[in-house]
Design a protein around this ligand. Structure first.
Ligand code: NAD
Length: 287
């Protein structure tokens, strides 16, 4: 490292709180070193109310780019100079690119989701999706799937503060892509959930159910699944949720959340460097 960092090394950052658990510094520094790029990546614990100062610091220190994580994704979107089309619709960003002082915000979670499907042999075009959830991950992937040509998206959420997000997402998607049909239902309507899954190509869990400490739980009764259904999850800890295990046991094509995480990071890396991230090498190194 002492040979790698010099007076010309460009900086990339992660902003959010907490950030201590993040795998991003290891992944990006590995990739910079592998590709001989004179960059370094560091995580900074920044609270929401400190974001205006943090964004000023990106400009002051000519930081080349930054990831943004919870709880700062929405405030960051309001502080940058420009937004990608998906970020404009969603109103949240996880990537900032600094082009000589002009900061552009992007959101790569949905891009990572769609790429993860593709890596598992599934094309989003003309597909009907059932998506459980209306939080950050759910909204990002719902919008990206609509932009990338999905035919219909049925959103199910429990009756909590996120439910109205689903209604807003429906409005925004129908404005940006009127040809995409979006339906919003309560998760408590199990008959509707069963009927919608029966007509869907892809089922996605984008809630925190299945993630520790809710591991071992699934929002979908096994009997609603069938072998030709594609089943995806945004949860990556554990690597296989109960939903993914149930689907795998039935012979469904599965797309667990770890792949989405990898590919959203790889999409950010391409925005940062203009290069493909050495994902295969990193996966081999990580194991
Ligand atoms: P969020 O807090 O924004 O949204 C939480 C969602 O879970 C809401 O829709 C809420 O209604 C739902 N929910 C909470 N408790 C529930 C319950 N008991 N029953 C049914 N629904 C419930 O969270 P988020 O940031 O969208 O994250 C959701 C999951 O996606 C997390 O596991 C997160 O780690 C994961 N995630 C993965 C990636 C990736 O790249 N793989 C990216 C972002 C988030």
């Amino acid at each position: 490292m002492e040979k790698r960092i010099s007076g010309t090394t460009g900086l990339f950052t992660l902003l959010g709180s907490p950030v201590g658990h993040s795998g991003s510094p290891a992944m990006y520094n590995f990739s910079f070193q592998k590709q001989g790029l004179d960059y370094a990546y560091l995580a900074f614990d920044v609270k929401k109310e400190q974001m205006p100062q943090a964004i000023d610091a990106l400009r002051l220190f000519k930081v080349r780019g930054s990831n943004v994580t919870m709880p700062c994704k929405s405030i960051a979107a309001a502080l940058v100079d420009d937004l990608s089309p998906a970020a404009k619709i969603i109103g949240a960003i996880n990537v900032i690119v600094n082009d000589n002082g002009k900061l552009t915000g992007h959101i790569t979670d949905g891009i990572g989701f769609v790429r993860n499907l593709k890596e598992n042999g599934v094309d989003i075009k003309d597909k009907k999706l059932v998506v459980l959830g209306a939080g950050g991950a759910a909204t990002a992937l719902q919008v990206q799937c609509a932009l990338d040509g999905a035919k219909e998206i049925s959103i199910f959420n429990q009756d909590d503060e996120f439910y109205q997000n689903a209604e807003k997402t429906k409005e925004k998607i129908e404005q940006a892509k009127p040809e995409v049909k979006v339906n919003v239902y309560s998760l408590s309507d199990q008959a509707k959930l069963k009927a919608e899954i029966a007509q869907a190509d892809i089922l996605v869990n984008a809630t925190i159910v299945g993630m520790k400490p809710l591991d071992g739980q699934s929002l979908v009764d096994k009997s609603y699944l069938r072998p030709d259904l594609v089943v995806a999850d945004t949860v990556y800890n554990p690597l296989k949720t109960k939903l993914i295990e149930d689907a795998e046991a039935l012979g469904c094509t599965i797309a667990p959340g770890k792949g989405m995480l990898l590919w959203q990071g790889a999409a950010a890396y391409s925005l940062f460097t203009g290069k493909e991230m050495p994902t295969a090498e990193y996966q081999a190194y990580e194991q």
